[in-house]
Design a protein around this ligand. Structure first.
Ligand SMILES: Nc1nc2c(ncn2[C@@H]2O[C@H](COP(=O)(O)OP(=O)(O)O)[C@@H](O)[C@H]2O)c(=O)[nH]1
Ligand SMILES: [Mg+2]
Length: 659
């Protein structure tokens, strides 16, 4: 175990559209801090963060991965994330642990549809942002046009603090008013080329004009002198970033490493350091995990408060399970080291942890923070082992995968008891299945799910359930009188005990509720679980000798069956929220297709210079089974979509008669 080599820590989530160069940039940053003898490449499958078999074969990130780098006494924990929208859950957890986002944007003439969405998410969570315009080495790279696009689409206070040098030899640092050329792992100061002097001066003035309003004193001095010094520029930038007023823009290339040394410095200087509370009891969040056949499971935890030492036992929120933190590994590439203690706001990887990704770990009996608001996935397939003898093995592999992937939900189909795997979209589910097959060595067959319809009452009704059995010896006796009434969608089942004067003894009332709840779950008159109703227990009768819990449970079941028959029920169908990004030229076809699937269009938003339109629609889940195939056909394979369960709605009569 080594002595701690850093004074403070910053957590930076690396975000951006797919292919922007996030993984390559993390690699380059690690290379620059001297942690890596040589850089890995995404194409060769040798990077620090794309390391699973599926990430190598698909050539993009699937899991969030933490890589720690040290620079000038600051430890920066970079969390590389997948760019594809279907992996939103991984991104949300990484954001929860971050002090700032590093938004990686390729220097291209159009902005993908993902960027405005990412921005809105960061805005909502008030997470400070730094932008890196990557791929400036490419022939058609246009730094200015990219900045203009970002400003026009996202926010006018996206301010370049650097400009690329011609041929991307390096960058001009507008804060220091100097140029730096990149040469291997070194940076060399240069004179600003004469041809760029006027441009640089104008860009610097525009930057100062925009940022000085962060601080009244600085602004006064600036207005008086027309200039402020480097330290003041950095200080107002820091304030502006922390308040989410300003997003500074750096530039360079993850491929040639131009600008990367500077980016490290920018991160160390401008990312705000969150307040930490080392003396409070530890609270950690499991933000990522990968399982490997040979090395077992490795989980990444972010310590939100307190101090954590090896061999501490924590409880997993929402369960009665306890977890021992065996060893805290600091993921510095090339020189991973174990820590004697982890301080609040730091990140470590731990092995042998079983808690699912997304779980809060707390000191025993301490209260966990509120669960994070996450999108509910809604793209479901039913799965079985090709060889039914191996069903159990598949079930185990599926549940292990769901522990590692926060966007996957596993359940059992109501009628058939088949396994259901729910993810954020077709790609996400396909990759999950690959991983399941790879890890379990079993071939898996998929099928469409049966739609989980529900039933609800449309009117109020009252009924009496009477259970009486007297065949010698100890008999059974219980009477329950109930009233049912409809509730709003999503309100579930409510039970209200209105018994007065001991018509039913207190100790039997839970049995009545149980009998009712079980009957509702088993299905109403039309065969589906019954939801969204209030049942009031208003009267009853008992017998001092013959009454038992059993007799009241049966009385409750009889009462609710009768009440449902009397009230009559309607079928509810699940509605999914589908978000898809498609080329504008296919807009008419896709809108027509979604409407034909009984979809309601919620919004259409043009992005990326109007080349791409994002459509959000509510579509009955019964109609989304072929969405992946059909959208692909309509858009020549370009469409991507995410799908989440939204709510239940009454199944229209004309549709009901068809099913
Ligand atoms: N020319 C050029 N290519 C880059 C640069 N950064 C990344 N790439 C390439 O872009 C592709 C996607 O990179 P990757 O790091 O996987 O992007 P991610 O999806 O954002 O993680 C890969 O082929 C990289 O080699 C860059 O700065 N310049
Ligand atoms: Mg990546």
């Amino acid at each position: 175990m080594a002595e701690k080599q850093w004074g403070s820590v910053r957590n930076v989530v690396v975000l951006g559209p797919p292919g922007a160069g996030k993984t390559s940039l993390v690699e380059s940053l690690a290379y620059f801090t001297g942690h890596l003898p040589r850089k890995g490449a995404v194409e060769a499958g040798t990077t620090l963060s794309d390391r699973t078999a599926e990430e190598r074969s698909h050539r993009h990130s699937i899991d969030a991965v933490a890589v720690s780098v040290l620079t000038g006494g600051v430890k920066i924990n970079l969390i590389d994330t997948p760019g594809i929208g279907e992996f939103q859950a991984q991104v949300d957890l990484a954001i929860a642990a971050a002090d700032a986002a590093l938004l990686v944007i390729p220097a291209a003439s159009t902005l993908g549809p993902e960027v405005p969405k990412l921005w809105a998410n960061l805005e909502e969570k008030a997470l400070p942002r730094i932008v890196f315009i990557n791929k400036c080495d490419r022939e058609n790279a246009d730094f200015d046009a990219t900045v203009e696009q970002l400003r026009a689409t996202l926010n006018p206070h996206i301010d370049p603090i650097e400009l690329p040098l011609p041929g991307l030899r390096g960058i001009i640092d507008l804060v220091r008013d100097r140029a730096f050329a990149t040469d291997g792992r070194q940076e060399r100061e240069e004179l600003i080329p004469d041809t760029l002097a006027a441009l640089e001066a104008a860009a610097r003035e525009a930057l100062l004009d925009d940022i000085v309003s962060e601080d009244d004193d600085v602004m006064e001095r600036y207005l008086a002198d027309g200039e402020i010094d480097e330290a003041q520029v950095i200080s107002v930038l820091k304030t502006g970033v922390a308040r989410c007023d300003i997003a500074p823009v750096a530039c360079g290339s993850a491929l040639t490493d131009a600008g990367v040394a500077h980016l490290l410095e920018i991160l160390a200087t401008l990312v705000p350091e969150s307040a930490s509370s080392p003396t409070e009891p530890p609270v950690a969040l499991v933000i990522a995990a990968t399982s490997d056949q040979y090395q077992g499971r490795s989980a990444t935890i972010a310590l939100i408060q307190g101090t954590l030492r090896p061999d501490t036992v924590l409880s997993a929120a929402g369960t009665s399970r306890e977890e021992r933190i065996h060893q805290l590994l600091i993921p510095i590439p090339g020189s991973a080291q174990t820590a004697l203690a982890l301080q609040a706001r730091d990140i470590a990887t731990v092995s042998k942890l079983t808690a699912p990704v997304g779980t809060w770990l707390t000191a025993p009996h301490a209260r966990a923070p509120e669960t994070l608001a996450m999108t509910t996935p809604g793209y479901t397939v039913a799965i079985t082992a090709e060889n039914t003898k191996e069903d159990e093995k598949v079930a185990q592999a599926v549940s292990r995968l769901a522990d590692d992937d926060p966007g996957i939900v596993v359940s059992r189909e109501e009628r058939t008891n088949r396994l259901l795997l729910t993810g954020m979209g077709a790609t996400h589910v396909a990759i999950a299945l690959e991983r399941i097959e790879h890890r379990s060595g079993v071939r898996v067959a998929t099928a469409e799910q049966e739609i989980p319809y529900r039933e609800t009452v449309s009117r109020s009704a009252r009924a009496e359930g009477k259970y009486k059995k007297q065949t010698g010896g100890h008999g059974q006796f219980g009477v329950a009188v109930i009233a049912v009434e409809p509730l709003q969608r999503g309100e579930g089942f409510q039970f209200v005990d209105e018994i007065v004067g001991g018509a039913i003894p207190r100790n039997f009332i839970p049995a009545v509720e149980k009998g009712i709840a079980e009957t509702l779950a088993q299905g109403g008159p039309q065969g589906y679980p019954v939801v969204d109703l209030r049942v009031r227990l208003i009267d009853g009768k008992y017998h001092p000798v013959d009454s038992s819990e059993m007799s009241f449970k049966v009385a409750g079941a009889l009462a609710i069956k009768q009440a449902l028959e009397q009230a009559g029920t309607e079928v509810l169908e699940p509605i999914s929220r589908v978000t898809t990004a498609i080329p504008t030229q296919n807009q008419g076809d896709v809108l027509g297709y979604l409407t034909g699937k009984r979809g309601k269009i919620v919004r259409t938003t043009a992005t990326a210079g109007r080349d791409i339109v994002e459509i959000e629609a509510e579509v009955p889940t019964a109609e989304v089974g072929r969405l992946a195939i059909d959208l692909n056909a309509l858009t020549s394979g370009v469409a991507s979509f995410t799908i989440c369960h939204d709510r239940y709605e009454v199944l229209p009569k004309r549709v009901a008669s068809r099913t």
